[in-house]
Design a protein around this ligand. Sequence first.
Ligand code: SAH
Length: 395
Amino acid sequence: MKPNVKDLSKEQFASYLKEQGQPSYRAAQVWQWLYQKRALSFDEMSNLSGALRRQLAADFSISRPRGARQSESRDGTVKFLFELADGETIESVLIPEAKRLTLCISTQVGCGFGCAFCATALMGLKRNLRASEIVDQVLEASRTLHPHPSLALEGRGQEGRSFGGRGRGQGRGISYRAGERRITHVVLMGMGEPLANYTQTVKALEVLSNAAWGIGISPRRITLSSVGLVPQIQKLMEETRVNLAISLHAARGELRGELMPVNRKYSLRQLIDCCRSLPIPRRKRITFEYVLLKGVNDSEEDARELCRLLSGIRCKVNVIPFNPHPGSSFERPGDSDINRFGQILLEQGFQVNVRRPRGDDIQAACGQLQGEQGTKAEGGRRTDEIHPSSFILHP
Ligand code: SAH
């Protein structure tokens, strides 16, 4: 099989071109075709000679995952199920809000970290995604917004541009209520642990964020969430400028160890020490995610302990009320307990954001993504049968 051109780094591709006797700027041209104009064939690359286009087509393929299924909730949240070349499936979630359109992407098929409350964990780890498969989720989701590449380019560089009212995604009948029609933010919070697939993830981040020849989403608008792999967190903060979110979920090591087996490898103490020492620029904050599980980690004492643990760290706390899924016996606390927990953090001066889960009925909320398995579990419901409650995701 021919190698997928999107699995090469730009440098690797430039050295291939050099061997072909081509000038190095051609690499940027091809990359712009792939990631900015979203070309699906070398034939479209009209500023290359016919001979070079034929040579490229003989040497490389251009991958494209199959959009196997889309589910849309009434508030506009859309879950995509993509089928990869080997038949594995992954999910991405598009979340429209007033002034942003966030895509939540996956980095692995399944996940090997076994967090007790997470649906993806039930799958185990099947495999890492390749950089191209991570980037393709953004390209494919953009395609549903702008089926015609020339239209997609109109929006570039016009932050916050609104197309007004209830825009309709073209081509597949997908509608987006929020005005924004271009993906403005990306969160690596879908299936898998991004830092356990470090090399491919960072390679993908480069393509997502490069404005000259990549997709051009500023790293300030990209957030990577990790289960807490200390050495990789340090490396990521040295090598990229993306935002960091850490899945904390408990303020005591013992409880965290029960909920998140990774805590046995990197203790809560090590993780917090690491967070205190990270070179985070002044205007940035680390996000700590805390899934609220009824009767497990949601007491007033838990909230106070969390405040003590995080004191002095420039951070914000995302409190995520547990999203139920088949196969889990955890429960979401009642609203008054959720509010009380958030209130204690607020009173202690923390920036707090309580995510009111929406779209959990399409199994699109945090910790509900399961690829084809999940879709089967939910009975393969179709778009028009879905009645969402709510889903908000603020990186
Ligand atoms: N592996 C990464 C990213 C994936 S999940 C990580 O662990 O951070 C994104 C967030 O959703 C994580 O904070 C995760 O712990 C949380 N989550 C998982 N299952 C959940 C559930 N059922 N309800 C609410 N949040 C959940």
